[in-house]
Design a protein around this ligand. Structure first.
Ligand code: NAD
Ligand code: UDP
Ligand code: UDP
Length: 343
């Protein structure tokens, strides 16, 4: 019966979520590089729902078609299989440049490629922005602060990055990406926005992403040991993806061109975090300690004063607690006729 139902489902004409209607004049053509990835696909959803024209460019290194499959065929949506290390000639009004592996095991898998994507790839997007007069937002990272000596991290802090360590291919390439943005701004008068994104979690994170949130939840669900790397006293601050998307759109629409931290200032040790997940999921897992990873940043917490003042942004709070799923008017879950929710 299940098989038969699946066959029938495939024949159901595709239904799209109801998008706002914008006239041709009001609609922007927005390019999202890395739009089939975790963060990118949520940004696609929000912009599509606003009625914008969205063009996703992705090479599917870590992204998946199923993250955006609910839009394929919609007249405002286009998906281009392309590696941004190669030039790209299209006409757009705005660019969100998110293409880059983000999880440590992914960006360390092919360090040279990570550097190319964030340097040559960024040059191509800035070259495109220059040619068509588009504004470009660069997805930078809290990793530009490295293993920080300043806590919490403000945008004025220059960072503490080991230039030859295992994380350098990502950290240094993102730092160059920022430098490129400001060099193009100065030299070519391009409008740039730089978001320094802190640890983010939410639906569509890859199961085998390798980052701490998906690792711990998966381990707890499958009854495997929960693996804390090192002593577990290192800290991180996690924001929910819809908060981030909100911040990215606000930043892109603002007239502020300096870097802006986007993250949740609630700081937890990794040990604490393992305990929370262990308790919530239950099951037979034990929390175990593995070797520390090299150059692991020991403390991380964003100072979001700037985002708050300039964009009026902060992670959403509800009843004193940040409630990720229900408190965003723009957050929603799709059910698609050919098989469940992409989340
Ligand atoms: P992700 O791995 O889910 O998404 C990255 C996307 O970029 C994928 O779809 C991948 O296929 C695509 N991509 C990679 N290399 C490409 C190339 N050369 N050409 C075209 N596409 C390419 O990661 P994410 O968590 O969604 O991160 C998105 C962006 O946000 C990244 O730039 C990342 O550095 C930044 N960021 C994310 C976090 C986080 O916690 N998620 C934190 C800081 C910064
Ligand atoms: N580029 C691109 N798409 C465009 C315009 C440029 O991919 O629409 C690439 C181009 O291949 C070049 C890079 O962006 O390598 C930088 O462009 P820029 O104009 O700054 O440099 P130039 O072409 O003068 O070297
Ligand atoms: N971490 C861990 N166990 C895991 C995965 C990660 O203890 O299975 C730790 C990791 O050493 C780091 C923190 O969790 O201190 C966050 O790691 P993640 O890879 O999620 O992101 P990043 O280091 O880039 O912030």
């Amino acid at each position: 019966l299940e098989k038969r139902l699946k066959e029938i489902e495939y024949r159901v004409p595709k239904k799209y979520p109801e998008v706002k209607f914008l006239t041709y004049k009001d609609r922007k053509r927005i390019l999202i590089t890395g739009g089939a990835g975790f963060v990118g696909s949520h940004l696609v959803d929000r912009l599509m729902m606003e009625g914008q024209e969205v063009i996703v460019v992705d090479n599917f290194f870590t992204g998946r078609k199923r993250n955006v499959e609910h839009w394929i065929g919609h007249e405002n949506f286009e998906l281009i299989h392309h590696d941004i290390v190669n030039p790209l000639y299209i006409e757009v009004d705005q660019i969100y440049h998110l293409a880059s592996p983000a999880s440590p095991p992914h960006y360390m898998y092919n360090p040279v490629k990570t550097i190319k994507t964030n340097t040559v790839g960024t040059i191509n997007m800035l070259g495109l922005a220059k040619r068509v007069g588009a504004r470009v937002l660069i997805a930078s990272t809290s990793e530009v602060y490295g293993d920080p000596e300043v806590h919490p991290q403000t945008e004025n802090y220059w960072g503490h990055v080991n230039p030859i360590g295992p994380r350098a291919c990502y950290d240094e390439a993102k730092r160059v990406s920022e430098t490129l943005a400001y060099s193009y701004e100065k030299q070519e008068k391009i409008e740039v926005r730089v978001a320094r994104i802190f640890n983010t979690y939410g639906p569509r994170m890859h199961m085998n992403d390798g980052r701490v949130v998906s690792n711990f939840i998966l381990q707890a669900l499958t009854g495997q040991d929960i693996t804390v790397y090192g002593h577990g006293q290192q800290t991180r601050s996690f924001q929910y993806v819809s908060d981030l998307v909100d911040g990215l759109i606000k930043l892109q629409s603002s007239n502020y061109s300096q870097p802006v931290n986007l993250g949740n200032p609630d700081e937890h040790t990794i040990e604490e975090f393992a305990t929370i997940i262990h308790k919530m999921v239950g099951g037979k897992s034990k929390i175990i300690h593995k070797d520390a990873v090299e150059d692991d940043p020991q403390r991380r917490k964003p100072d979001i004063t700037r985002a708050n003042h300039i964009l009026g942004w902060q992670p959403v709070r509800r009843n004193g607690v940040r409630d990720p799923v229900t408190s965003h008017p723009g957050s929603f879950h799709f059910t698609v006729p050919w098989g469940g929710s992409p989340a």
